[in-house]
Design a protein around this ligand. Structure first.
Ligand SMILES: Cc1cc2nc3c(=O)[nH]c(=O)nc-3n(C[C@H](O)[C@H](O)[C@H](O)COP(=O)(O)OP(=O)(O)OC[C@H]3O[C@@H](n4cnc5c(N)ncnc54)[C@H](O)[C@@H]3O)c2cc1C
Length: 597
C-alpha cells in the first residue's frame, strides 16, 4: 500500500529561505502570513491531505464514478466526507477575497498547500479545483450581482463549478465551437449544444453546480471572435439565493478513462438551458482565459504532486527491497542481498526525480508569488515585471512540470520492477493519473506554441529579456563565491544555450513559421531546464547561508546542495541537446508526404 507524507520542511525552506516571503508583508493578505502562521497553515494542510484525502485515493481509483439511469452521478465512497472536510477547513477560499467568504491569504500559500492535496488525491481535488477556476473568472468578469449570487456559495464549497469548452469536433481550436445561445429577451439566454470531457460535470457532492459555458450567440461572427461565456446553473437560483427547479442541462454519459477515475468526466447536454452572459458579448475567450490561466498553474502543480508521491514511495521501496549485491562490496551482510538503493542506477532514478520535485516546488511557488505581486502590489513597476514573468512562466510551468511529472511517475514505477505494474502498489495509478495533465488545459504542444508564438515576442520581448537579465545578474553576483561555482557555472551554460536558441528563433522563425513549430517543444523544455536550474542555484545559495549561520538542520541543507549538484551535473547538460534539435529546423520533418507516415 502506498504512503504519503507532505514535504512541509521543504515547502517552508522555499517560502522562508529562498523566496523570503516575509519581505512582502506590505502586500494585502501577506500581513497575516507571518512565518509562524505559514507553518501552522501548511502543517494543518499536510494533516488534512495525509489523514483524510489520501486514504480514499486508491479506493477511489478502484471504484470510480457511476452514472445512473436518472443521469445522476455517484462519486467513490469517502469522497463526499473528504470533500466536506476540505471545504469546512476553509481551504477552497484560502486566497479568495474576504468579502466573498474567503480568507484573502496569498495565492502562494494556496499553491503550497495545493501540492499536498493533489499528491494525496488528484481526482478528488479536481472538484474544488474547477470551482476555484470558475471563481477566478467570475471575480474578474462577473457583474456585482453575479458575484453576490454565486461566489459565497462556491467559496464555501456548497456549490461547485465547471468549465465547458470542449465539443466533439472542437478541442484545441475553439473557433469551431457550435453550442449556441439565443436571447430570451429578459437578459438571459437559451443555451443548446453538447460539451464533452467536462471534469466534475455531474455529481451529488454539492447542492448546485455552476457551469461556465462557452457558446456562440445567434448571429455572432464565425471563429473565436464570436464566442461568449455564460453561467449555466444546474439548478435555477432564486432572487433570495435559494436553489430552485432543474435547468436544462444533464449528464449524457461519463467517460471510461485511463486515470483520475474518481473524477467524473462527463458528456454534458444543454437543451435550451437558461444561461447568463458573463463579461461582454463575443469576449468569452478573454473571460475563459482567466480561468484557464489559473487552471494551467493548477495543472502544472498536478505534475509536481504526482511525481512527489511516486518518488516518496519509490524511495521507501528501494530502501526495503533486497536484490543483488552492491558493486562496491556487500552493504547488508546480515541479509541475503542488499537493498536496491545501493545500486547506482536506482539512485540515478531517485535523484533525477528528487532534483525535479524540489526545483519544481520552488518554481511553482516562485511563479505563484509573481501572481500575488502582479495582483496585489501597489508599485506599478514591480507589478508589471511580475505580470510579465507570470505570463511567460505559465506555459512553461504547465508544459514542463506535467511532461516531467509523467516521466518521473514512470521512473518511480520502474524502481518497483514488476511490482510497479501491479495495481495494489499504487504506482500504476500515479502513472495513469499523471498522464492527463499533459493533455488537458491545452495539450503540451499547444503550451509550447503559446510560449514561442506569443509569449516570447510580447511587448518586444520585455518579459524574456527581464528574466535573462535577472538570471545573468544572479550568476554575476555569485561568481566569486566558490561554494556557488558548480551552480552558477551550470546555470550560465544553460542560459547561454537558451539565449542562443531564442536568437535562432528570431532569425529563423519569422520568415519560416514551421521552424518555430518544429522547435517549440524543445524550446519549452530548454526554458524549463534553465528555470529549474535557476531555482537550484537560488536554493543552493540559501542552503549555504543557512549552513554558515548554523541555523536549522545541517543534513537537510547538505542534501539540498548535493541534489543541486546532481541537477547541474546530470540534468542541466540537456540544454545543449535541446539547442541542437531546435537549430535543426523544420526541413526534415516537413519534407515527408502525409501519406508516407
Ligand atoms: C479526462 C479529461 C478531462 C477534461 N476536462 C475538461 C474540462 O473540464 N473542460 C473542457 O472544456 N475540456 C476538458 N477536457 C478536454 C481537453 O481540454 C481537450 O482534450 C484538449 O484541449 C485537447 O483537445 P482535443 O482532445 O480535441 O485534441 P485536438 O485539439 O484534436 O488535438 C489533437 C492533437 O493535435 C495537437 N494540435 C492541435 N492543434 C494544433 C496546432 N495548431 N499546432 C500543433 N499541434 C496541434 C494537440 O496538441 C494534440 O496533441 C478534458 C479532457 C480529458 C481527457
Amino acid at each position: 500500500m502506498p504512503v504519503y507524507k507532505a514535504p512541509v520542511n521543504d515547502t517552508l525552506f522555499v517560502l522562508n529561505n529562498v523566496l523570503g516571503i516575509d519581505r512582502y508583508h506590505n502586500l494585502p493578505g501577506f500581513e497575516d502570513a507571518t512565518p509562524d502562521m505559514i507553518e501552522a497553515i501548511v502543517s494543518e494542510a499536510a494533516k488534512l491531505a495525509e489523514e483524510q484525502l489520501f486514504p480514499v485515493n486508491l479506493s477511489g481509483d478502484q471504484e470510480g464514478c457511476t452514472r445512473h439511469d436518472d443521469a445522476t452521478v455517484t462519486v467513490p465512497k469517502g469522497f463526499k466526507e473528504a470533500y466536506d472536510a476540505y471545504c469546512q477547513g476553509g481551504w477552497l477560499g484560502l486566497a479568495v477575497p474576504a468579502e466573498y467568504g474567503g480568507q484573502g491569504l496569498p495565492y502562494t500559500l494556496h499553491s503550497a498547500v495545493g501540492e499536498y492535496m493533489s499528491s494525496a488525491n488528484m481526482a478528488l481535488m479536481m472538484y474544488p479545483g474547477l470551482t476555484q477556476g470558475a471563481i477566478a473568472a467570475i471575480l474578474v468578469h462577473g457583474s456585482e450581482e453575479q458575484k453576490a449570487t454565486y461566489l459565497p456559495k462556491m467559496v464555501e464549497g456548497t456549490w461547485s463549478g465547471t468549465m465547458n469548452l470542449t465539443e466533439p469536433h472542437c478541442g484545441t481550436d475553439l473557433g469551431l465551437l457550435r453550442t449556441k445561445a439565443v436571447p430570451n429577451g429578459d437578459g438571459s439566454y437559451k443555451i443548446s449544444g453538447q460539451k464533452i470531457f467536462i471534469s466534475a460535470g455531474e455529481h451529488s457532492m454539492t447542492d448546485n453546480i455552476i457551469h461556465l459555458v462557452l457558446a456562440r450567440i445567434e448571429g455572432a461572427p464565425e471563429g473565436t471572435k464570436g464566442i461568449s461565456l455564460f453561467i449555466v446553473p444546474k439548478f435555477m437560483v432564486g432572487e433570495d439565493g435559494s436553489v430552485g427547479a432543474r435547468n436544462g442541462v444533464t449528464c449524457g454519459a461519463i467517460e471510461h478513462k485511463m486515470g483520475i477515475h474518481g473524477n467524473a468526466t462527463c458528456v454534458m447536454n444543454y437543451d435550451e438551458a437558461t444561461g447568463y452572459l458573463i463579461g461582454a458579448e463575443n469576449k468569452g475567450l478573454a473571460a475563459m482565459f482567466v480561468m484557464m490561466n489559473e487552471a494551467r498553474l493548477g495543472v502544472g502543480l498536478q505534475g509536481l504532486s504526482i511525481a512527489e508521491i511516486a518518488y516518496q514511495n519509490a524511495a521507501n521501496y528501494a530502501r526495503e527491497r533486497i536484490q543483488g549485491r552492491s558493486l562496491s562490496g556487500v552493504k547488508a551482510p546480515d541479509k541475503k542481498a542488499d537493498p536496491i538503493i545501493v545500486h547506482p542506477d536506482i539512485r540515478r532514478s531517485l535523484l533525477t526525480i528528487k532534483a525535479f520535485t524540489e526545483a519544481g516546488r520552488a518554481f511553482t511557488l516562485w511563479t505563484a508569488l509573481q501572481s500575488d505581486i502582479a495582483h496585489r502590489s501597489g508599485d506599478e513597476k514591480e507589478k508589471q515585471l511580475a505580470d510579465d514573468l507570470l505570463g511567460l512562466m505559465t506555459p512553461i510551468l504547465k508544459g514542463v512540470l506535467t511532461d516531467k511529472g509523467f516521466d518521473h511517475a514512470v521512473m518511480a514505477q520502474q524502481v518497483y520492477g514488476g511490482h510497479g505494474y501491479i495495481e495494489e502498489w499504487g504506482m500504476s495509478q500515479y502513472v495513469r493519473d499523471a498522464r492527463i495533465a499533459m493533455i488537458y488545459e491545452g495539450a503540451n504542444g499547444i503550451q509550447a506554441l503559446d510560449l514561442v508564438g506569443r509569449k516570447l515576442g510580447l511587448n518586444g520581448g520585455r518579459a524574456v529579456m527581464a528574466l535573462f537579465n535577472e538570471i545573468g545578474a544572479f550568476c554575476e553576483e555569485n561568481r566569486e563565491d566558490e561554494k556557488m561555482v558548480v551552480y552558477t557555472k551550470g546555470l550560465k551554460k544553460g542560459l547561454n544555450d537558451l539565449q542562443a536558441s531564442t536568437m535562432w528563433f528570431m532569425q529563423n522563425a519569422m520568415a519560416k513559421p514551421d521552424n518555430a513549430g518544429a522547435g517549440s517543444t524543445d524550446y519549452m523544455h530548454l526554458f524549463g531546464l534553465v528555470v529549474l536550474g535557476y531555482m537550484w542555484a537560488k536554493m543552493a545559495k540559501s542552503a549555504n547561508e543557512a549552513l554558515a549561520a548554523g541555523t536549522g538542520d545541517a543534513d537537510f541543507y547538505q542534501n539540498k546542495l548535493l541534489t543541486g549538484r546532481f541537477y547541474m551535473e546530470r540534468i542541466m547538460p540537456e540544454t545543449a541537446l535541446r539547442k541542437t534539435r531546435i537549430e535543426a529546423g523544420a526541413d526534415t520533418m516537413m519534407e515527408m508526404a502525409a501519406e508516407a507516415f
